[in-house]
Design a protein around this ligand. Structure first.
Ligand SMILES: Cc1ncc(COP(=O)(O)O)c(C=O)c1O
Length: 425
């Protein structure tokens, strides 16, 4: 029996589904999850000692590749000085200064331990600041698993969300409006109707949780203009895109100044660290200055801060994001060529260190379009690539991640593997 399977069966006895986050269970693609023994650079090795070229990268954080020696050293050095204090440290100020320097929209920020905490806190803050209850999100965007955000669209234009998870009372989602990504008209209609009750709009500024989907320029400009006109806050949820799509993040690419930004993944360099921040007048509402409560025993953990700070320094090397973006673009173009040659309908896209491939003729622009892709083909391709030693996200609705350790030669190898895999579909 494969050691992966053995561990999966054993894990299931003590961990629901054998995993600590659902997508890891290979539910959509079927088969046995790969249990990671160790990882380095662009690779990880599973419990059977098989090597994989990894395009998941811990779902985004591993922008430098796994176990970058300088990041590991920073964490080791920090560990020697103590694991957690529950009292402030200079490192927390340093990383906050670094983020504020890189993101002009962020005048102040607070560190937390997960993206979920960051978005949940940002929404509470937006509600506290505006004194309003309604929030707007877009179908297919994921902002973590707090109650008010686990919603799916109902029917009709002004759709108040229905809980998308058991255990979430309808009362928790009744203030969440779910709109369609890239639908400017629906957005304008919504603001016309209830704009003065909306506390905030939260956006994946480049969506990565319904495969990779980019917003139109018109859409992001309308969002900024409408929120401003109606006194609602615009939250750019850059947990995934932050420092990955560009050094100045998606907001830099869009030329948009959001009121609040949430960060995670890259900002923690692989350790549990996330942040929310933005306008100083809004951040002043957070306790202890203001009446919006937010706290955390492990917030600003010194090991996580050390990993994050070192990562943020390393990604500021000249040309880092140009190289990363060129590698993702090369992969996307190579996959599209391979599919065309194999006579398989597949389109691809990329931005910075994120890429998407879609088993459909065109690149989707909304959740509805993303779900029209050929899932059976995705599953077959996923497993064919796994056999080739290429680890893609085990779900058709997730973006892919390239790290700086994915050299041009490794991208070429991946495209060659994709050609063989597509020929077998
Ligand atoms: C855009 C976005 N926001 C929030 C989250 C939640 O982050 P975490 O898993 O750290 O709670 C994620 C996680 O994938 C995400 O992609």
């Amino acid at each position: 029996m494969s050691r992966n399977l053995e561990l999966f069966e054993r894990g299931k006895q003590v961990i629901p589904g054998g995993v600590n986050s659902p997508v890891r269970a290979f539910g959509q693609v079927g088969g046995t999850p790969r249990f990671v023994k160790r990882a380095e650079g662009a690779y990880f090795w599973d419990a059977d000692d098989k090597q994989y070229l990894d395009y998941v990268g811990s779902w985004g954080p591993a922008i430098l590749g796994h176990a970058h020696p300088e990041v590991v050293k920073a964490v080791q050095d920090a560990a020697v000085g103590g694991l957690s204090f529950g009292a402030p440290t200079e490192g927390e100020i340093e990383i906050a200064e670094e983020i504020c320097k890189l993101l002009p929209s962020v005048e102040q920020l607070r560190l937390v331990s997960s993206g979920t905490e960051a978005t949940m806190s940002a929404i509470r803050l937006a509600r506290g600041f505006t004194g309003r209850d309604l929030i707007v999100k877009f179908e297919g965007c994921y902002h973590g698993h707090s109650d008010s955000l686990l919603v799916k669209a109902g029917s009709g234009l002004l759709t108040f969300g229905n809980p998308s998870s058991g255990g979430v009372p309808a009362d928790c989602t009744k203030h969440t409006l779910v709109l369609q990504y890239n639908d400017v008209q629906q957005l304008a209609d919504t603001f016309k109707e209830v704009g003065d009750q909306i506390a905030c709009v939260i956006l994946e500024p480049i969506a990565g949780n319904m495969n990779l989907i980019k917003p139109s320029a018109e859409f992001v400009q309308a969002l900024r203009a409408l929120t401003e006109q109606h006194g609602a806050l615009l939250i750019y949820d850059e947990v995934m895109t932050g420092f990955r799509v560009a050094l100045n993040c998606a907001q830099g690419l869009h030329g948009i100044t959001p009121d609040l930004t949430t960060l995670g993944k890259v900002v923690g360099g692989g350790m549990p660290l996330a942040a929310f921040g933005g306008r100083a007048d809004v951040m002043a509402k957070i306790a202890p200055l203001g009446n919006v409560y937010q706290a955390g025993t492990l917030s600003g953990n010194p090991l996580a801060v050390a990993a994050g700070l070192t990562t943020l320094k390393l990604i500021q090397q000249p040309g880092f994001h140009d190289t990363l973006g060129a590698r993702s673009a090369k992969l996307a173009a190579g996959l599209a060529d391979a599919a065309r040659d194999a006579g398989v309908a597949m389109s691809t896209d990329s931005v910075g260190g994120m890429f998407g491939f879609y088993f459909s003729d065109t690149v989707p622009t909304s959740y509805a379009e993303a779900t029209r892709c050929d899932i059976a083909r995705f599953k077959a391709f996923f497993h064919a690539m796994l056999d080739e030693g290429i680890y893609l996200a085990p779900s058709a609705y997730e973006a892919g991640f390239v790290s700086i350790a994915h050299s041009d030669a490794l991208i070429d190898d991946t495209i060659a593997a994709a050609r063989r895999a597509l020929a077998r579909l």
